[in-house]
Design a protein around this ligand. Structure first.
Ligand SMILES: Cc1cc2nc3c(=O)[nH]c(=O)nc-3n(C[C@H](O)[C@H](O)[C@H](O)COP(=O)(O)OP(=O)(O)OC[C@H]3O[C@@H](n4cnc5c(N)ncnc54)[C@H](O)[C@@H]3O)c2cc1C
Length: 407
């Protein structure tokens, strides 16, 4: 049996930031990942809050040096006249007013390499297959089928869509969100909007809010293009992923124009039923982070932000506990994480019921409201000075009611 202070399952953003912070605090950290890196994962558009979290963990430098496409904001538009460009720098005074559009195979590799260079022991092609929660013993399986046991003082699950501890410990529960699917590809030679919205993510509403399209420009002149809709909407077309992707992209006025000279450079991929939740986020010996805990929806690009936030928070609390402090994980971890997750949840729900579009597209809202919304969509969902954070559902409802009357 091998021993380590902290054992982390998964080398994505949640695992990397947690590991890097903990070794910098003087603990021994082992991270295993079942894949080899670089590996593809969906989720390519970051929020300004990510920069702050990486900066606090001393991990921003390699990301800045990689010259990813700068992401200064987000555009939301429909096929009519509705259009809004949100400039992330016009927030409520937070330091970071931009982030990056990243190919995750590159971004995630930079982060885990950085964590390794700081002293994390990283092993690839090693899967966690069993967990003894009482004794905090993890069983891993190597590629050749051999197994090794680790005893840790704390286990962090950062296994993303693998959801290792939720499935081993039976912690899965239904998400409050509808089952949706994403159908996506990458293209070259798109006709990008220039000027003020250079580098922005573009979100196109399809039809009467039946689906939406993401357009994420990368610095190598390729672009990620994905469609999100319910399973019912997709199956109504009776098409393959590729046929559906082509049909939606080239029948939408905005994307048809943008991609008229483009070639698809990868196979069309899809992922379905990705919204997930758990019955608890921690217990005495483990903490769930990132997508291994709760994942909402891609519409506001919140996934990596929540992965970094939870990884960093889990690391901070673990370091304090192992240094002798008594930690109230319910208050300091679960309640804290759920505050931010629930703000995003309210925005996701308001997006799909259409009320957020009314707010976003209204030219009657004042500058203060716009700043509060920008701040939230930049990932500052823990800012208690923002009334749209502290009472997000009420603020959305009231703003919608006022604006729909005056519009
Ligand atoms: C359609 C779609 C679009 C999205 N778009 C965005 C976006 O634009 N911006 C954004 O921020 N987020 C987006 N997301 C969310 C984003 O994909 C995730 O939130 C993010 O990848 C979570 O990071 P993580 O570190 O928790 O897990 P991951 O990045 O998934 O990493 C988990 C790692 O754990 C490893 N692992 C799994 N099982 C095991 C095991 N048994 N043993 C060992 N290792 C294991 C995996 O190999 C993987 O490398 C999107 C999600 C979807 C579904």
């Amino acid at each position: 049996m091998r021993e380590v202070d902290i054992f982390i399952i998964g080398a994505g953003p949640a695992g990397s930031i947690a590991g890097a912070k903990l070794v910098q605090d003087g603990f021994s950290v082992k991270i295993v990942d079942k894949s080899t890196f670089p590996r593809f994962v969906i989720g390519e558009s970051l929020l300004p809050r990510c920069n702050e979290l990486l900066e606090n963990a001393n991990m921003l430098e390699p990301i800045v040096n990689a010259r990813f496409e700068l992401k200064p904001g987000a555009v939301f538009q429909d096929q009519g006249h509705n259009y809004i460009a949100l400039d992330f720098s016009k927030n409520l005074g937070q330091k970071w007013g931009s982030s990056f559009q990243v190919k995750r195979e590159e971004f995630d590799k930079l982060l885990i390499d950085d964590a390794e260079s700081k002293g994390v022991d990283v092993e690839y092609e090693v899967s966690v297959v069993a967990y003894d929660e009482i004794n905090n013993i993890i069983v891993v399986e190597n590629k050749d089928g051999s197994q090794v046991k680790y005893k840790a003082k704390k286990v962090l699950d950062a296994s993303g869509y693998g959801r290792v501890l939720p499935s081993l410990l039976n912690l899965e529960t239904d998400s409050s969100l509808a089952i949706r699917r994403a159908t996506f590809a990458r293209v070259d030679s798109d006709e990008r909007p220039s000027g003020d919205t250079n580098g922005y993510i573009f979100i196109d509403v399809v039809g009467d809010n039946e689906a939406w399209i993401w357009n994420i420009p990368f610095s190598d002149a390729t672009t990620s293009v994905g469609i999100v809709c319910t399973e019912e909407y997709f199956s109504g077309f009776k098409m393959s992923d590729e046929e559906f992707w082509n049909h939606i992209i080239y029948s939408n006025k905005n994307s048809a124009k943008r991609y008229k000279n483009s070639n698809r450079i990868v196979e069309v991929g899809s992922i379905s039923g990705y919204s997930a939740a758990v019955t608890k986020l921690f217990d005495k010996n483990y903490i769930l982070t990132g997508n291994a805990s709760e994942f909402l929806d891609p519409v506001f690009s919140s996934g990596v932000t929540l992965a970094l936030e939870s990884g960093a928070k889990a690391a901070e609390l673990t370091a304090r506990e192992l240094s002798g402090e008594e930690i109230d994980y319910q208050v300091e971890y679960a309640d804290y994480m759920m505050l931010g997750i629930n703000v995003f949840r309210d925005y996701v729900n308001a997006w799909y019921d259409g009320s957020l579009q009314t707010i976003l597209f209204s030219d009657k809202k004042n500058e203060e409201i716009t700043k509060k919304v920008i701040s939230i969509l930049s990932g500052y969902v823990w800012d208690k000075n923002n009334s749209f954070v502290t009472s997000s559902r009420l603020a959305l409802k009231t703003t919608y009611e006022i604006l729909s009357k005056v519009s």
